[in-house]
Design a protein around this ligand. Structure first.
Ligand SMILES: *Cc1c(COP(=O)(O)O)cnc(C)c1O
Length: 242
C-alpha cells in the first residue's frame, strides 16, 4: 500500500507562487528596513474555488479575502475546518451587512457611518468585535468608492465609538497602471493620513494597501496588510459579479 505524503494535495502552482511572493515581500521589507513579520499577506480568493484556498492554507496561509458575498458564503462554509481569518474586501451594500457581520472577521471597505452602524448593530454577541478599515479614495477617482481624504479624520472618530467594531486602519485601491513614483506618492499620502488620524486621538495600527501589481511600493510606504489575488492563485477562473 502506498502511503500518501502529508502534502500530497498541495497545488504546485500555488506553492511556487507563494514561495516567489514571500521572497519578494522579504526583499521589499528589507529595502524599507522593516521586518517581514510586520506584513501580513491576505490571499484574495475571489474567482477561485474552495480547493484553491485549501491548497494555500496547506502552504501556511491564514488570511483570505473575498469581495462578493454570494460567492464567499458557501466557500467559507465549506472551509469551516480551516483556521482562517476572513476579510471582506468588496463594496458594501446595506442589505448585505447582516451576513457580512456574521461571517467575516474583518471588513475593509467602510466608507460611510450608516454602513458602520449597521455592521456594529448586527455583529453577533458571541463573536469578537469586527475588525474594520476605512476605505479612502486616495487617487481621487470619480467612479471609485471610498471617502475623500478630508473626511477621514471625522469618520474615523465616529466609527471608533461603535461598540461592536474595532477600527484598525485605512484601506485603498490605486488606479491601475500608475508609475512607481505615483504609487509611492499615493501610498505615502495614505501613511500621512493615518498619522493625522493617530495624532487626532484615534489609534490606528493597520494600512491595508498593495495588490499583485503594486505591493512592493505599498510595503515601502508602510503597508501592514497586502491583498494578493493573481500573484498567488493565477488568473481568476470566473469573472467577479454579483
Ligand atoms: C481583487 C482584489 C484584490 C486582488 O487583486 P490582484 O490584482 O489579483 O492581486 C485586492 N484588493 C481588492 C479590494 C480586490 O477587489
Amino acid at each position: 500500500m502506498l502511503i500518501a505524503p502529508h502534502n500530497l494535495s498541495v497545488d504546485p502552482l500555488i506553492s511556487d507562487n507563494l514561495q516567489r511572493l514571500r521572497a519578494e515581500v522579504a526583499r521589499a521589507a528589507g529595502a524599507a528596513h522593516r521586518t517581514v513579520e510586520s506584513i501580513t499577506v491576505i490571499g484574495v480568493s475571489k474567482g477561485h474555488a474552495a480547493a484553491q484556498v485549501r491548497a494555500a492554507a496547506e502552504c501556511g496561509m491564514r488570511d483570505f479575502g473575498e469581495s462578493y458575498l454570494q460567492e464567499a458564503s458557501p466557500k467559507i462554509e465549506s472551509l469551516r475546518d480551516l483556521t482562517a481569518t476572513w476579510h471582506f474586501i468588496g463594496r458594501l451594500q446595506a442589505n448585505k451587512t447582516r451576513e457580512i457581520a456574521e461571517r467575516f472577521d474583518w471588513v475593509h471597505g467602510i466608507d460611510r457611518m450608516r454602513i458602520a452602524e449597521r455592521l456594529s448593530a448586527q455583529r453577533p454577541h458571541y463573536a469578537p468585535p469586527l475588525q474594520v478599515c476605512l476605505q479612502v479614495n486616495i487617487g481621487g477617482e470619480v467612479a471609485k468608492s471610498g471617502i475623500e481624504p478630508a473626511m477621514a479624520v471625522q469618520l474615523a472618530h465616529s466609527v471608533s465609538t461603535l461598540p461592536r467594531l474595532q477600527l484598525r486602519g485605512l484601506m485603498c485601491m490605486l488606479p491601475a497602471d500608475l508609475s512607481h513614483e505615483d504609487n509611492r506618492r499615493l501610498f505615502g499620502a495614505m501613511r500621512t493620513l493615518s498619522g493625522q488620524i493617530n495624532d487626532a486621538g484615534t489609534a490606528l495600527d493597520t494600512l491595508s494597501m498593495g495588490m499583485s501589481d503594486d505591493f512592493g511600493d505599498a510595503i515601502q510606504e508602510g503597508a501592514t496588510l497586502i491583498r494578493i489575488g493573481t500573484a498567488i492563485f493565477g488568473p481568476r477562473m470566473w469573472p467577479a459579479n454579483e
